[in-house]
Ligand binder design. Sequence first.
Ligand code: HSE
Length: 439
Amino acid sequence: MSRVNTKEIGVALLGFGTVGAGVVETLQKNGSLLAARLGVRPVLRGIADLDLTSDRGVSVEPGLLTTDGAALIARPDVQVVVELIGGSGVAKDFVLQALKLGKPVVTANKKLLAEHGAELHRVAEENKTEILFEASVGGGIPIIKALREGLCANRIECMYGILNGTCNYILTRMEDEKLPFDDVLKAAQAAGYAEAEPSLDIDGHDTAHKAVVLASLAYGCEVPLDKVNVAGIRGLAAADIAYAAEMGYRIKLLAIIRGGPDGVEVSVQPTLVEHTHQLAAVAGVYNAVLVVGDVVGTTLYYGRGAGRAATASAVVADLADAALNLRSGGRRRDPGTAHAQSPVLLRNPGDIVARNYLRFSMRDEPGSLARVATALGAHGIGIDSVMQQEAPRNAEYVPVIIVTGPAKDREIAAALAEISHIAGVTDRPTVRYRIEDFD
Ligand code: HSE
């Protein structure tokens, strides 16, 4: 990046939504503090959005507002571009335009990075500039900086993340108030915690985007999003949360990223976590990421994973880095990890070994449990514990929970398929969740 000799760094803000307004507010509130710390002041040259009339709760000079993002990016007094539009449509065009002009881009856009990260990083390299994306994962938690800088002496052995505030809020309320999923989702939507169209969050895609960003950074590779195993929390039964609690577990939507000799596991699924584990204590809209490095050991990062102020904090921190780098003529501080090799070898999901929580709807007659246990045993699956609630008299089928010993995913799947074909033993598909032992 060529050195910029100025006391001001001109900033173009693309997208004046919740986070955009938070960035403006943060610059207004702490701009002088930043300038004193950095020796250079980030100054907004313009804000581009298609909606120039909605009240965002911050006052800006009307002359700053424009609907022409491309013209704003191209202005010679703009040195850094902040992309807060979201998605991979026009946001991608604007990011590419800025990078091709050699202007660093700050973005919170995990979807764009997860889908097109390799291409964007390549264009940034070719144009001797950079993409900064602290706000894309974990909101205000400086997890990207931790990976790029604080932990750069380490090989990352594994990471576990609670990366979606909406899902964690829903799961926490379901457990605390013993409420069904649909009721909590509606309440979360009414309170503004969940989107009117919630599938990006509750079906696990937002978490998957963030997992891909973290994995590609940790392993220096492109991670193909479409190869990541993703399951969300839609329709998760309150009964399973209650049974899990009785057995000493909480259910969390967990991103799991684990390196190994036969590839990297990147997956997202509702997972049972022992209630004494640090991640089990992460409640409500909070996020947390546990990172294990081969030198440092276990580290844990916790904070607000979403929202106007927390996300703005991360965006402005990146803006500060971009400004400093422009002043010094340097670029990113990580040792070129992102997208060094591509793509990563993802582990075959069938090979992944874990314990499992299984809830059978099992015929209440002698021999049912034995037949299920035999089928599991035939696939080399041991049983760690069994729990059967007393069912109403004359109930034909009753819930029976089996916690398996460690077993390969494909063996569990095969055993459950077999059990489903044993006539009359179960009357509906078996509910299955992974148990994470963190070892
Ligand atoms: N919707 C996300 C969440 C925040 O609920 O955590 C943006 O990724």
